[in-house]
Design a protein around this ligand. Structure first.
Ligand code: UD1
Length: 436
């Protein structure tokens, strides 16, 4: 195996205080890297987060022949003129579902793509019927054989597509392919997430003609070719939101920099409602979160943007597990997103899950325990719990967290947290001796 079992070991009980810088958005970077191969000219991407999913996707485009040059930790040059193969290996798809964006990108450029069908994942079944429905609507023939999606056409033609449900992935995938189709495409009931807008802005800087991204109707006029450009990825609203929750849970005072406060409104509103003080500064792109007293209960329901994001649900639930009274959290996007609750119970939380609803009775404090990270966002939520908890917490399976958070432990340490990334029992003991 090429990877080691790693843990975070944390001594909790301290408020987080200070300033932290947010990286570029993973969920914008993945489709943008895929789309960058749609021109034969060089594309320079800046503000890329240095996280495992991004690095695996860069390997995967290099795997089909693209030229990939790391300029520095957050900058990469990509040139798609050397691509010799439109079939993506299962090895990559297995590691990151989002390599299905190569379907839209390769179709847009070559009218032809072969990508393994992604399996389910830890947060529930994740069908891609809406992606395929959109491709078919613009004239693509799709065959699923031996677990592989074979997509091809002689020419894509613009069309009118009404999405049956709001899907970030399907909206982006269809937008990429349709931007090179002949004629006009309209996507109705489109996803409005900031990363949908970021991908549209990127495609437009390569010469696409996309209007309305950020609303629920996106209008695309196909163009025959794209050209190179330099583009900087939007800040990661989920990473920012995660630090906001960490500040709230530890009753800290944190200034979160390099964010777009507007993207954080649903999160800020909930934190304000339960008693945090939030100061936004559009001018210096930052949000300050202060929690000076015990927070209060509330109800939260996850929704597509601009509603409360499903990717913030576990972190919010950790904050509510410490808040006065009974809170109710409803997960309406994914079916299996409460798996961290059993881990949190080991730290003392009192949470009952019924179907897609969690009923949370707030407690005063968590107590440290050995717990395991079930998926990316839940893993981050458990780290937040560990930062608040009395004593030591060990979070296993942090490989999920490393998929999407750049230098998570380093950024937390800069806010005063006692956390270390380790890979053996010996190192855990050493940490406990050193800080204990
Ligand atoms: C993206 C994000 C993920 C986030 C999610 C919702 C990336 C890489 N991932 O995932 O972090 O949690 O948006 O904000 O950007 N659905 C279908 N058929 C489809 C597509 C989706 O039924 O063809 C359903 C899904 O099962 C889910 C809902 O639609 O219930 C929303 O999924 P979608 O917005 O597509 O999520 P992803 O793009 O996979």
């Amino acid at each position: 195996m090429g990877w080691t079992m790693e843990q975070y070991v944390i001594r909790g009980g301290f408020p987080l205080v200070g300033e932290v810088e947010i990286s570029g958005a993973k969920n914008a970077a993945l489709p943008i890297i895929s789309a960058a191969i749609m021109t034969d000219e060089t594309v320079t991407l800046e503000n890329l987060p240095d996280v495992n999913d991004v690095n695996v996707l860069l390997d995967s485009i290099a795997g089909i022949g693209a030229y990939v040059e790391r300029v520095d930790r957050h900058t990469v040059k990509i040139n798609g003129s050397t691509i010799r193969d439109c079939s993506v290996e299962y090895e990559y798809i297995k590691k990151i579902r989002a390599s299905y964006y190569l379907l839209g990108a390769l179709l847009g450029k070559y009218n032809n793509a072969s990508v393994p069908l992604p399996g389910g994942c830890n947060i529930g079944s994740r069908p891609i019927d809406q992606h395929l429905k959109g491709f078919r609507a613009i004239g693509v023939d799709i065959d699923i054989r031996h677990g592989i999606i074979e997509a091809s056409c002689s020419m894509m033609k613009g069309s009118h597509i009404f999405m049956d449900l709001v899907s970030v992935g399907a909206t982006i995938n269809i937008m990429m392919a349709a931007s090179r189709a002949f004629g006009k495409t309209t996507i109705e009931n489109a996803a409005k997430e900031p990363h949908v807008v970021d991908v549209a802005n990127f495609l437009n800087s390569m010469g696409a003609n996309i209007k309305g991204a950020g609303t629920d109707v996106i209008r695309i006029t196909g163009v025959p070719a794209f050209h190179g450009c330099t583009y900087s990825i939007v800040p990661d609203m989920i990473e920012a939101g995660t630090f906001m929750m960490a500040a709230a849970a530890t009753r800290g005072d944190v200034i979160i920099k390099n964010v777009i406060p507007k993207h954080l409104e649903a999160i800020s509103a909930k934190l304000t409602e339960i008693g945090c003080q939030i100061e936004e500064s559009e001018s210096d792109d930052s949000v300050r979160v202060m929690a000076t007293k015990r927070l209060a209960k509330t109800h939260v329901k996850t929704q597509p943007y601009p509603g409360f994001p499903t990717d913030m649900q576990p972190q919010m639930s950790v904050v509510l597990a410490l808040s006065q009274g009974t809170s109710i959290v409803t997960e309406s996007i994914f079916e299996n997103r409460f798996k961290y609750v059993d881990e949190l119970a080991r730290m003392g939380a009192s949470i009952k899950v019924e179907g897609n609803t969690a009923i949370i009775d707030g407690i005063d404090t968590f107590t440290g325990a050995r717990i395991s990270s079930p998926d990316l966002r839940a893993g981050a939520a458990l780290v937040i719990a560990g930062l608040q908890a009395e004593g030591f917490t060990i979070v296993d399976d942090i490989v999920y967290i490393l998929r999407g958070y750049e230098d998570f432990d380093g950024k937390l340490r800069s806010l005063g947290a006692e956390i270390r990334r380790v890979s053996s029992e010996k190192e855990i003991e050493k940490f406990e001796l050193e800080v204990g």
